[in-house]
Design a protein around this ligand. Sequence first.
Ligand code: CTP
Ligand code: MG
Length: 237
Amino acid sequence: LRTAAVIPAAGAGVRLGPGAPKALRPLGGTPMLVHAVRAMARARAVSLVVVVAPPAEVAAVRSLLDEHPPPPAVDQVVVPGGATRQESVGLGLAALPEDIAVVLVHDAARPLVPADTVDTVAAAVRAGARAVVPALPVTDTVKQVAPGAPAGDGPEPVVATPDRALLRAVQTPQGFDRGTLDEAHARFGADTATDDAGLVERLGVPVVLVRGHEEAFKVTRPLDLVLAEAVLARRRM
Ligand code: CTP
Ligand code: MG
C-alpha cells in the first residue's frame, strides 16, 4: 500500500497581496512550498510527493525542490496546475502511478502542519477509513447569511446562527483511499467544493474527522504570515 502526497501549490495568493505565487513566498527564508513538501516527506507513510505548481513556474519549482532534496526513500514529481484548486488536485491525481493506494492531499499554504497530524491521517486511512479529515472545533460563532450575499462590506441580514458545538473547521492533509478520491474527482470534479472531502461526501462515502492541529492553519492573509513566522521562530529556539 504505497502512499502519495499531492500538494496543490498552483494558486496566486491574491489575498496575501501582490508578489510571487503564494507557495513560493518565503517563510523563515525558505519558500512556503519547501516547508510543506518537507512536512509531507517526513511522514513515515509517504513515499511519493506530487507538487502541483503554477504552470509558469514548473521549471523553477523543479530546481527549487532539487536544491532541497527529500529523504532518499521519497520521490518527487512536479506537474502544472489548473485554474482552480480542484482542477489542480485533479491534475496531481492524474500523475500518480498505479501502485499508489492511499493519497494525502495537502495545501502548500499549510506549511507548518506537524508530522504527527500527517501520520494520524495516514494511519486512519491505512486502517480502513476511505476519507479522513483533520479538524478543530470552531472558536468564533458563525452566522449564516442569504445565498448570493456579497461577502464583506455592507450591512447583511442574518439568516441563522448554527450551533457552534456542531461545527468543525477542517484542515489538510485530507487522506483518502485512492480509488474513492479518483471517483469523486471524476464524477464531481467540475462542481464547486472547497475541499476534497466535500466531493467524496457527494459519493455517499462516509468521511471521518480526526483531531487537527493549530499549527496546520492556512496562510491566507498577511496576518497569517506573521503568525507562521512566529511559530517557525519558536520551533527554531
Ligand atoms: N491552489 C492550486 N491551484 C489553484 C488555486 C489554489 O493548487 N488554481 C492551491 C494553493 O496553491 C494553495 C491551496 O490550493 O496551496 C489552497 O488555496 P488558497 O489558500 O486559496 O491559495 P490561493 O488560491 O493561492 O490564494 P488566494 O485564493 O488568496 O489567491
Ligand atoms: Mg484560492
